[in-house]
Design a protein around this ligand. Structure first.
Ligand code: PRX
Length: 650
């Protein structure tokens, strides 16, 4: 990497502030926006909304009937008209995205806005032929290929609702989601590449479909493996597209509050929660946040490494860059395959200017060694982003110095599946940036940190991170088919007017927010959201397991990993066999990403007299923390036994 440095940041005490070109050309560089937007958030968001194409203007910007709220009531919009038709006017020949396949000997593909428009229309027309109508739910179970984006947009164009299921999720995880949404159509592929191996996605899809209402399946031929096609039910993507060649489909007019997509996130039991995102507010937030945070210019090449199966993939690997007419990279494979520096090769090859990834990836790059990074010219980079979990100081410094050559601000972006878009991060042209702090809430976002009684804590003190009205246009409107869960999870801790994030946080004197971590049973394995409860539900289905407890423990690379404690009634099976069974069970019920790193077979779990499993004690045994008073336990002796097992003592 060259040592040439352009002046972009100046350091004052422990803060980095934008300067030079970074400030001069930023889409937002005037601090007064915070004051103005916070004084009147509705005015701020309304101005942003006006920059989009609506077929009918809203009658009211925000209405609140706690715990429910609406944005841009009675407005009519279609997100794909804004992603495609609007861009045709000025950017028809601009590249919308470059697809980099996993196999290095395969040709990359570029799709211009014009070409993407054509493909989405053809697919939308195909979907109509398959009987998909406004409001219908469509499952998407696909790897990171252009057709996945075409599928999402095709569904949205005809007013249907997509539910994207991460391709590495198990058939069982797919089934649960398809059953909950009652999807009638699924879009998938014959298979996909995973670290050079071909994964049989169609087979997984077929298994997952059993017991669901799916009647039709569209299959993209991606890897060319042999798959079973069921006559009258399975349709090849390419045949459908050919049949609908050059067809144009008028975008269906959607009410602001109509569903755009349902995205599932871990629930506290085996059943995931379907977060409901709507057409108007989500579109406004996706566009606005991308414009100001990633600061896109026509010359930028943006790369968000998130899979389309997660919210980061929905918003920043698809909708937000398209709404802003930006050019982005869609990469099919693992960042470290076939070589550990594949990610750096991609940045160099396409001269990526803005790179958005997770702290887990940064720690993995660092582990492979700084020399690997230095082999590449990463001078094109101007902004770096981080998402999904707290970024520790060491990883922050390394990211800043070695990848960003000390000239790129690190946009540490805080948000959730529920928020639909980023809500906290300092802006590139305004700053300030401080390691381990995500930064300032975006203009117009009213964030607070509260104690148990609902009082704002003082700077430096830890409390619950909450969002106050009017929240943000993109915040979830419901948990699909589960109003009780919606109320209990988000609107009960501090009443129906305050959104509870489940994160604990600290604000410093400058108003910068530091996220401490989750307050519930969510663990973040390599940034992926998993609850200990769903892992336990999966493990409990094993006939030999009497009970189990799962905890998260810190991990050098993945941030956190799951550790399972199980009580087995099968005394004949070897420890190894039980451990393997538990791991396989999690892979089968959820996904390999959730596999416990360690499985301990114990005689008993620490419990209160009322029978509640004390996971807190298990966590402490693991971290070596003081255990405190154990007299409330019904079985205090079990603690010593578990300690011995963990330390490998007889
Ligand atoms: O705990 C916070 C953590 O990720 C949670 C949300 O996870 P998920 O719905 O999977 O969405 C992740 C991507 C948007 C949050 O409640 N989190 C997210 N971003 C950050 C973070 N923790 C610390 N710093 C962040 N930048």
């Amino acid at each position: 990497m060259s040592l040439k440095k352009i002046e972009t940041l100046k350091k004052r005490d422990d803060l980095y502030l934008p300067t030079g070109d970074l400030k001069k050309y930023a889409n937002l560089s005037d601090k007064s926006i915070y004051r103005r937007a916070n004084r009147n958030p509705l005015k701020f968001w309304e101005k942003e909304a006006k920059e989009l194409k609506w077929s009918k203007k809203w009658t009211k910007v925000f209405s609140h009937h706690p715990p429910h709220f609406e944005w841009f009531s009675n407005g009519k919009i279609n997100i794909t008209e804004n992603c495609l038709d609007e861009n045709l006017k000025t950017r028809k020949n601009k590249v919308a995205f470059i697809w980099e396949p996993e196999p290095i000997d395969e040709q990359a593909r570029k799709l211009t806005y014009g070409e993407l428009f054509t493909k989405v229309n053809e697919f939308a027309s195909g979907l109509k032929e398959l009987g998909v109508k406004k409001g219908d739910k469509v499952g998407i179970y696909m790897p990171m290929i252009p057709e996945a984006i075409i599928a999402m947009l095709g569904v949205a164009r005809i007013g249907a609702v997509h539910t994207v299921v991460f391709s590495a999720f198990s058939p069982q995880a797919l089934k649960v989601r398809l059953q909950d949404t009652e999807a009638k159509v699924l879009i998938t592929t014959d298979g996909y590449y995973r670290r050079g191996k071909i994964m049989d996605l169609k087979k997984n899809a077929d298994t997952g479909l059993r017991g669901t209402k799916v009647e039709k399946v569209v299959v993209v031929k991606r890897v060319g493996n042999k798959v079973k096609m069921n006559k009258g039910k399975d349709f090849w993507w390419h045949e459908l597209m050919l049949k609908h060649k050059s067809k144009i489909v008028k975008p269906v007019e959607m009410d602001s509050e109509n569903l755009l997509f349902i995205l599932y996130t871990s629930g506290s039991t085996g059943k995931p929660k379907g977060t409901c995102h709507v057409c108007g507010g989500y579109t406004v937030q996706a566009r606005t946040t991308g414009k100001y945070i990633f600061d896109w210019k026509d010359s930028d090449i943006f790369w968000s490494t998130a899979d389309l199966g997660w919210i980061t993939g929905h918003t920043y690997s698809c909708y937000s860059p398209l709404l802003n007419g930006a050019t982005f990279i869609l990469y099919e494979g693992s960042l470290d395959f076939p070589e550990p520096d594949r990610w750096a090769q991609i940045i160099e090859k396409y001269k990526v200017t803005i790179f958005y990834t997770a702290p887990t990836a940064v720690r993995m790059f660092e582990k492979y060694g700084t020399d690997l990074v230095r082999k590449h010219n990463l001078d094109s980079l101007r902004l770096l982003g981080s998402v999904g979990e707290p970024i520790d100081e060491a990883a922050w410094e390394w990211y800043f110095r070695e990848i960003g050559n000390s000239k790129c601000p690190i946009l540490d972006t805080w948000w959730q599946t529920e928020t639909g878009g980023i809500l906290i991060t300092s802006l590139p042209g305004i700053g300030p940036f401080k390691p381990t702090y995500t930064g300032l809430p975006l203009p117009g976002i009213r964030v607070d940190i509260l104690d148990d009684k609902g009082k704002s804590v003082k700077p430096g003190q830890e409390g619950s991170l909450v969002i106050k009205p009017p929240f943000s246009p993109g915040l979830l409107r419901a948990v699909y088919k589960n109003p009780a869960k919606y109320l209990k999870t988000y609107w009960s801790e501090y009443g129906k007017k305050i959104y509870f994030t489940s994160d604990s946080a600290i604000k410093n004197k400058q108003g910068l927010i530091r996220i401490v971590g989750r307050m519930d049973d969510v663990i973040k394995i390599a940034g992926h959201r998993v609850t200990t409860g769903e892992l336990e539900s999966a493990i409990s289905l094993l006939p030999d397991i009497v009970e189990s407890a799962v905890i998260g423990r810190p991990d050098e690379i993945k941030g956190e990993v799951a550790v399972a404690f199980v009580v087995s009634k099968n005394t004949k099976k070897s420890q190894k066999a039980i451990q393997e069974e538990v791991i396989q069970q999690v892979r089968k019920e959820i996904s390999p990403i959730a596999s416990p790193k360690e499985v301990y077979i114990v005689q008993d779990l620490p419990k209160t007299r009322s029978g509640k499993i004390m996971r807190r004690i298990l966590k402490k045994i693991f971290s070596g923390e003081e255990l405190g008073d154990l007299s409330t336990l019904a079985n205090p002796k079990t603690v010593d036994a578990i300690k011995k097992i963990i330390r490998g003592l007889p």
